[in-house]
Design a protein around this ligand. Structure first.
Ligand SMILES: Cc1ncc(COP(=O)(O)O)c(CN[C@@H]2CONC2=O)c1O
Length: 282
């Protein structure tokens, strides 16, 4: 299996990272997870756009043009013969003697990427999943897709220990997002989700869903909702690159709606599949 290390595609076994790489020591870096359907990157441009934006926000200059990165990723997908899967890509500020202060300007950021074959979570998409609520204890720049994922891991671990698929986070009584997903409620056919502020990651899947709602006249408002509204919603769903449009049918052990995926969520699932099917043809 091959991986990307900087501008090279090499064997996974040859990939070596310095023990003073700032990504390793400080989480000083940014990342993206991009879906591959039928060997084709889905929303690759949008993910790359956010990758550059995240790097820019923490003052790392990406030492590649977008076209170069797209080319490298497509080569990696090809050489690893990825069918339905994902590509993980990250960029750190590079290796330098440990110091909180940024390294010298000639320190090269370190890019790594690797692919994996990941089947679509069809059973969960069909039946829906359970979620729990948890405090959003993260910092105030959740809009940056950084490597600092400790609070996300702790929430996801707690959810898993409760037999849940996701932890839906809240801050000051308002639902922000999932530990690794965006979160939505449906009430009387209308969708609500937290606005794309510094308190959430503006998910690419969230942006696709917003566009699909607009194109199909499904009421979609970027409006924060309370825990109360979450608990009493007709439908709840979460979205992410790897979860797609994931129905949440149980919240903290209580059934949502009739305990089955709701019709708005179902409609969005259908539209989302049509979207990536047609993107494959493009
Ligand atoms: C905190 C958080 N919010 C929202 C999302 C959804 O964003 P996308 O729609 O762009 O995927 C993610 C994705 N997390 C990635 C997706 O899969 N695994 C991850 O770590 C995330 O980590």
């Amino acid at each position: 299996v091959k991986v990307i290390l900087n501008d090279k595609i090499i064997d996974r076994s040859e990939a070596a990272i310095d023990i003073e790489d700032r990504g390793y020591q400080f989480g000083d870096g940014v990342y993206e997870v991009i879906r591959v359907y039928d060997g084709v990157l889905f929303t690759g441009d949008e993910h790359l756009e956010r990758f550059y934006s995240s790097a820019d926000k923490i003052k790392i200059t990406v030492p590649f043009q977008k076209e170069e990165l797209l080319e490298l990723m497509n080569q990696l997908i090809q050489v690893n013969d990825v069918h339905d899967g994902s590509i993980y890509m990250q960029l750190t500020r590079g290796a330098s003697p440990r110091n909180h202060v940024f390294p010298s300007a000639d320190t090269k950021p370190v890019l790594t990427a690797y692919t994996k074959e990941v089947a679509r979570p069809v059973e969960s998409l069909e039946n829906g999943v359970a979620a729990m609520v948890a405090d959003d204890i993260r910092w105030l720049r959740c809009d940056i897709k950084s490597l600092n994922l400790l609070p996300n891991l702790l929430a996801k671990q707690a959810a898993t220990e409760q037999g849940c698929y996701e932890a839906i986070l809240h801050r000051n009584g308002l639902v922000t997002e999932g530990s690794a997903s965006n979160a939505y409620i449906v009430v009387d056919g209308k969708i609500k989700t937290h606005p794309a502020t510094n308190l959430i990651l503006n998910g690419i899947t969230r942006q696709v869903v917003a566009r699909l709602c607009k194109e199909n006249n499904i009421p979609f408002s970027e409006e924060a909702f309370t825990l109360e509204e979450l608990r009493n919603a007709d439908e709840i769903f979460v979205t992410s690159t790897t979860s797609e449009v994931m129905p949440v049918v149980k919240l903290d052990e209580r059934e949502i709606g009739n305990g089955k995926p709701g019709q708005v969520t179902r409609k969005l699932q259908t539209l989302f599949v049509e979207e990536f099917e047609s993107a494959k043809q493009a």
